[in-house]
Design a protein around this ligand. Sequence first.
Ligand code: NAP
Length: 338
Amino acid sequence: MPANQQILLDNRPQGEATVDNFKLVTTDTPALADGQVLVRHHYLSLDPYMRGRMNDSKSYAASQPLGEVMIGGTVGEVVESKHPKFQHGDMVVGMGGWQEYSVVDANQPGALRKVDTTHVPLSYYLGAVGMPGVTAWYGLVKIINPKAGETVVISAATGAVGSAFGALAKARGCRVVGIAGGPDKCQYAVDELGFDACIDYKQYKDMYFLAKALKEACPNGIDGYFENVGGMILDAVLLRMNAFGRIAVCGMIAGYDGQPLPLANPALILINRLKIEGFIVSEHMEVWPEALTELGTLVATGKLRPRETVAQCLASAPEAFMGLLKGRNFGKQLVKLI
Ligand SMILES: NC(=O)c1ccc[n+]([C@@H]2O[C@H](COP(=O)([O-])OP(=O)(O)OC[C@H]3O[C@@H](n4cnc5c(N)ncnc54)[C@H](OP(=O)(O)O)[C@@H]3O)[C@@H](O)[C@H]2O)c1
């Protein structure tokens, strides 16, 4: 059995996460028991939720235990199987973690799913045609539920979730406005992802200046907002929401690596009779087949062309993860392991 490089959570962050919170080790891959499959990972997904798991505080999911392999989505290839439904060479998606190989109990429901790479590249199953894509689909379709012609806005617009949101919202006839960090990301949102406009929030020193920019980009106000960031961006969007607007609270990344961020003007929720709903995509498995079918079709027909930032080799994962938390990724952040 092959040697396996792994990254463990070694200690918890005190304030901002650092690369020293992780430890790289090499172990032997155990022999397979009946029902198990050995997967060689081609890509590891890095996702913002991992930052929350590094803490030892109450959340919707258990924290990452110290001394164990960091949790993470993976795509790869079956290299050995003692399960009748999986053969050598099958391409699969699963939760293999920050390591080169994983031994998976394939009888566990949802542990491993075969994927077809004929029209969709393997890595996309961790992004546009995977968990982040379904996240965009759920917040847009089930919470914002826009009518054609309505204006929808999303923060972290060029990331894994944001880019899928843009294509899904355009397909529903919305005016789609992004908020992203930097001129390059904003130009890409408009030129490549089909956003009608994109605002570089880094150009605005406070929520009032950002709200003014939003007024220009959203002349009819904002009907739906997909929240990924929190802080000043949420404060500015609230100033521009239309009556009976809907906000899907997906993430609050601006506060993940430090203190939670306060809301400046909660009375706007009442004044505008807003519906605000948080959600966790893994609690809505019933929508995944429908969402993945639509996302796969958007990719296969060229209507969704997501971008990826790919770090090379497992050892680079901690540094790449720090970059994700600082917005240094441009599109889906992956680590290539093969
Ligand atoms: N609820 C769920 O089930 C669920 C599932 C998946 C993801 N999410 C959430 O969805 C959001 C997007 O996830 P993703 O995987 O698509 O990540 P991503 O957008 O690909 O990457 C994260 C982006 O967040 C922005 N960012 C980072 N730090 C920031 C800060 N301090 N202030 C403002 N922006 C910051 C950066 O974009 P800019 O450079 O443009 O600022 C960065 O590129 C995250 O909040 C994540 O937690 C939630």
